[in-house]
Design a protein around this ligand. Structure first.
Ligand SMILES: [Zn+2]
Length: 386
């Protein structure tokens, strides 16, 4: 029985390979498995196969960032009191995280209590708040109302908007039941208000493009998609296509050139940095952050170094989920030239990382200078003067 299953499975895999090979552009060659041979032992599944690297090369662990850092994409626990801020702050200091932007999309009503919690903590000035927008049931007049709320929140101390989550674009519906598109004109007053208030809008659009593609053995994110049902966007009757969302996003940026945009996760273009570069060329007030896409930066260290050099004024540091022990992986990719080292999350990437060795100038801009420039409200204490 097991043998039959194995044979059928190998046949399926072989057929899939054949189909894929036929789809390759002319001139491209796919490496062939050992001709006609089958492993003598059952092949391990992709979660079991963890070969230990025999590579011997210098290693430079970086527990603490070389310069103080602003984490633009912080998701601390809910700030129910100063003790929460103290716990987060205690873990920030050894990493050289100077300031965390609370990008939890805090509702307006929670802004004041959150800021009170920060002020009463030992880390006053080390955490700042962004506010959120209520994008539910948008209809005629909503834009003006949301813009007024944004103005009040900024007056109350919010330094930006966001993170506006991927549900905007993917799933949020308007009052009339249709999908709220990213470039819906009803929201124009909100983005204009943000420009007028000189605050950034931190926007997460879609998810990795592979989440929208067929879940087959050629999908780079097969394991993640197999693990997380809620990351599968293959059903076009429920979700727009990846490129449809990108087109809406780009029209939004084109329509609001005076608004400062921070695009989360390198816009999900970290595997195609030239595309993000074209966006930077096209939209002068567009910025982006590196949260949760380290696996793509670390697999192309030479390309990444060139890109970060060229667009050094547009890139920000962000981490996304708050796991203090994961930050040093970022420092190591950015600051060293180390070879072939482990990443922390196997379902993001089944490959290793390499150091991209950014210059001090790039590191300073990425870590804090660009953030201080576009979020003037961040306290300057703790940062070098240049
Ligand atoms: Zn986030």
């Amino acid at each position: 029985m097991t043998r039959t299953v194995t044979v059928v499975a190998s046949f399926l895999v072989a057929s899939l390979g054949l189909v894929a090979a036929q789809q390759l552009p002319p001139g491209q060659i796919r490496p062939r498995p050992a001709e006609g041979r089958e492993p003598e032992f059952p092949a391990p599944n992709i979660r079991d196969y963890k070969p230990r690297s025999t590579l011997v090369v210098p290693e430079h662990k970086v527990p603490r960032a070389k310069f103080p850092v602003i984490d633009i994409h912080g998701h601390p626990p809910r700030l129910t009191g100063p003790d929460v801020v103290n716990t987060v702050g205690d873990s920030m200091s050894p990493l050289n995280l100077q300031v965390m932007v609370n990008a939890n999309g805090t509702p307006s009503a929670e802004l004041k209590p959150s800021m009170d919690a920060i002020a009463a903590s030992r880390y006053k000035g080390r955490m700042v708040m962004f506010t959120s927008l209520n994008l539910r049931d948008v209809g005629p007049g909503s834009g003006q109302k949301i813009a007024a709320q944004l103005e009040a929140d900024v007056k109350a101390g919010a330094l930006g908007v966001g993170e506006i989550m991927k549900s905007f674009g993917l799933t949020i519906r308007k009052a009339d039941g249709t999908r709220l598109k990213l470039d819906d004109p009803e929201l124009d007053p909100v983005w204009q208000k943000a420009a007028e208030l000189n605050i950034p809008v931190f926007l997460h659009v879609a998810d990795p493009s592979e989440f929208f593609k067929p879940l087959d053995y050629n999908n780079e994110r097969w394991l993640e998609l197999a693990l997380y049902r809620d990351r599968r966007y293959q059903d076009r009757s429920r979700f727009p296509d990846f490129e449809e969302l990108m087109a809406e996003r780009d029209r939004l940026f084109a329509k609001h050139p005076r608004t400062t945009w921070i695009l989360a996760h390198l816009g999900w273009h970290a595997q195609d940095l030239a595309r993000l570069g074209r966006m930077f060329d096209q939209y002068p007030k567009l910025y982006s952050e590196v949260g949760a896409v380290l696996y793509d930066i670390g697999r192309q260290p030479r390309m990444a170094r060139e890109f970060f050099e060229k667009y050094q004024d547009r890139l920000l540091f962000g981490k996304d989920s708050y796991q203090p022990d994961e930050y040093p992986y970022y420092w190591r990719v950015f600051e060293t030239n180390d070879e072939y080292f482990d990443y922390y999350r196997d379902y993001h990437a089944f490959w290793k990382l390499y150091g991209a060795g950014f210059s001090d100038q790039v590191l300073k801009k990425l870590y804090y200078q660009n953030a201080l420039k576009i979020i003037p409200g961040i306290p300057k204490a703790g940062f070098p003067a240049n």
